[in-house]
Write a protein that binds this ligand. Structure first.
Ligand SMILES: Nc1ncnc2c1ncn2[C@@H]1O[C@H](COP(=O)(O)OP(=O)(O)OP(=O)(O)O)[C@@H](O)[C@H]1O
Length: 119
């Protein structure tokens, strides 16, 4: 049980590291907060909340994996290397794809509500 709780502590310190070191992570948390407020304002349905929750989780997970990959690349390849560039760029692209997906889902959910027509 102690080991189980300890592993939560390690995961939490990973979250804190990502929050402190990654500007994008802070932006995503802010976006999540604003989306939560907008969802509350527009009284989203349970299904709409589920889409928001799932895509937000995907964005945060990709951001955390990107952070881990960046640190790993810096550890194994502190010098400039073309493959290090490809690895970091692909990891950053994963975050971009997740964030764009979240934006599209947000637009599909919120635009009809903002302009008052049924989706
Ligand atoms: N060792 C390296 N070899 C080649 N290119 C690299 C290397 N490290 C970084 N780069 C290039 O610089 C870009 C930015 O890398 P960096 O590690 O600064 O990440 P970042 O996305 O700016 O994150 P952060 O600033 O939060 O650490 C990478 O996407 C990659 O194109």
């Amino acid at each position: 049980m102690g080991k189980f709780i300890k592993s939560f502590g390690y995961a939490f310190s990973g979250l804190v590291y990502a929050f402190k070191s990654q500007f994008n992570f802070k932006v995503h948390i802010l976006a999540l907060f604003v989306t939560g407020l907008a969802g509350w304002w527009y009284s989203l349905s349970p299904a709409e909340w589920l889409w928001i929750i799932v895509v937000s989780g995907i964005v945060l997970i990709t951001e955390l994996l990107n952070t881990a990959i960046e640190v790993l690349v810096d550890l194994v390849s502190p010098d400039i290397h073309p493959k290090a560039k490809i690895i970091k760029d692909a990891a950053a692209a994963a975050v971009l794809v997740a964030a764009l997906t979240a934006v599209v889902i947000g637009l599909v959910i919120f635009i009809p509500k903002m302009f008052n027509y049924a989706a």
